[in-house]
Design a protein around this ligand. Structure first.
Ligand SMILES: [Zn+2]
Length: 489
């Protein structure tokens, strides 16, 4: 029995032990979770699992540095370690990677002139995606795997830049994509010369160990990713969960939380605004498939909202702010944000619908004609010349497009998963209810209809009826009177 074979058997036993333990305690398998910098990283589960197979390790300070690029020698070491290949002891003063280089050569993972001269320097360079493809396919073939030529053919049409692959790596790159060791980017490229990150390398080695049967338990631990751990009042928290489909969340911030199935992951949102009390909140997750629980903390930080003194012509005020006007507003506007597509309509970032001068910020408290109102400004006001184009902030479906006494010509667009955009006081409406709109499509023109003192767009975004600061969706920060000129450049 070879040493390598014994190691493989040992790994198999280890895998069974993990399964057995998880069956007894009815909780998620206990994988290594001690890397200090994987919280909120998409590759966390893979790195934790693969580290238990000694394929990857972290740094002495406890970090993993998932987004760092990975060197050729580091990737070679991952594959040699994970495959249990024989490795001679390193002598003192010797380059740490030397035994790995020798094993990689003797086992055919690489060939002697692959990176030019066999020098330490060349092995300390970043490894490219085509080089990774070659090594992982070699390892797969060496452990008895095979590649059906028909799936190679299929792979060649999947991505559009295989022509840029170095000729010696061409078939390996095709095989790596065909076998799903490496996937292309959303823009349809393989990017053969691009450097890989340590996280990408961990996933590739996870896939290799799974494909050759060393990893047999395919249940990866759940990975809960928070878009941020600290939110300023008005921001929207996005929660994305990988490797779990039935999860409950207990939290006090938003009563109507729900999950959306986004194909391979579930995601949900917790909105905040001026009505959210600053403080630390617990998010308690329960995995209903295995009963395991985990708690994450987020902090909501107070925003210093402006106070505005507004003088409105009393005749405008008396004609627009009437009981009838509010009744109409509640009747038509409120329900327009109650039903949202469970699937997102958009794939691109949100854009600002019009440019101009920010005259009222999100959350401003208002004195109207000297009297403090209990009303908070639920969006941003952008003053611009009448008939300036107003564009849809993103792709979606028009839920409302009609004149209202209070808010003038008004549009509401549903972007899916509970996210809406709102446009008030328009001079003209260019879309009709039920219409699908593209990102950046002309939907209206700036005007001064409704309760308004001059041509401007009142723009807001919301999670259902809960208004949020639109700046966070567009720029990742609030839009203020101080920063709008910089942001709108
Ligand atoms: Zn406004």
């Amino acid at each position: 029995m070879t040493h390598k074979f014994i190691k493989k058997i040992f790994n198999l036993i280890l895998a069974f032990v993990v399964i057995a333990v998880s069956t007894i305690t009815v909780s998620a398998p206990s994988f290594a979770t001690n890397f200090s910098d994987l919280e909120n990283h998409w590759a966390k589960s893979y790195i934790e699992v693969i580290s238990t197979y000694n394929a990857v390790s972290g740094y002495p300070d406890g970090s993993f540095k998932p987004n760092d690029t990975i060197k050729r020698i580091e990737f070679i070491a991952i594959i040699v370690n994970s495959q249990g290949y024989d490795l001679r002891n390193r002598s003192e003063d010797e380059y740490w990677g030397q035994p790995y280089i020798e094993t990689a050569l003797s086992t055919g993972l690489i060939v002697s002139n692959e990176y030019g001269d066999l020098e330490v320097q060349t092995f300390d360079e970043n490894i490219s995606r085509e080089e990774i493809a070659s090594i992982v396919v070699n390892a797969y073939l060496k452990s008895g795997g095979s590649v059906d030529p028909s799936i190679m053919d299929e792979a060649s049409s999947k991505l559009n830049d295989f022509g840029a692959v170095t000729s010696g790596y061409y078939s390996k790159a095709l095989a790596a994509v065909a076998l799903d060791f490496i996937s292309g980017y959303p823009d349809g490229t393989f990017a053969p010369k691009r450097s890989a990150t340590r996280a990408e390398a961990a996933i590739i080695s996870y896939k290799l160990l799974t494909k050759i049967g060393i990893i047999t338990n395919e249940n990866l631990p759940e990975n809960i990713i928070l878009s941020k751990n600290t939110l300023i009042q008005g921001d929207l928290l996005k929660i994305t969960v990988h490797h779990a489909s039935d999860l409950s969340l207990d939290q006090e911030l938003y009563p109507d939380f729900k999950w959306y199935d986004a194909g391979g992951v579930i995601e949900g949102y917790v909105p905040t605004n001026y009505s959210t009390s600053p403080g630390v909140y617990n998010l308690k997750f329960t995995n209903n498939e295995n009963g395991s629980t985990s708690t994450r903390e987020i902090e909501v930080v107070q925003r210093k909202f402006r106070v505005q003194n507004l003088t409105v012509d009393t005749s405008v005020e008396s004609s627009t702010r009437t009981d009838d006007a509010y009744t109409e507003y509640y009747k038509y506007f409120n329900p327009s944000r109650d039903i949202s597509s469970p699937v997102k309509y958009y794939t691109e970032p949100f854009l600002l619908p019009t440019k101009g001068k920010v005259t009222t910020e999100f959350g401003e408290a208002r004195y109207v004609n000297g009297a403090l109102t209990n009303y908070r400004h639920a969006g941003i006001d952008i003053a611009a010349p009448r008939n300036t184009e107003v564009l849809s902030t993103n792709a979606g479906k028009v839920m409302l497009s009609m004149p209202l006494v209070l808010t003038g010509n008004s549009i509401v667009v549903d972007h899916g998963e509970g996210l809406f955009s709102v446009y008030f006081h328009l001079d003209k409406l260019h879309v009709a209810e039920g219409e699908m709109v593209e990102r950046g499509q002309l939907i209206g023109e700036v005007g001064s209809t409704g309760f308004s003192t001059g041509p401007h767009l009142h723009f807001t975004m919301s999670y259902y009826r809960f208004n949020i600061e639109p700046g966070y969706m567009i720029y990742g920060q609030s839009i203020t009177k101080d920063n709008y000129l910089e942001l709108m450049k």
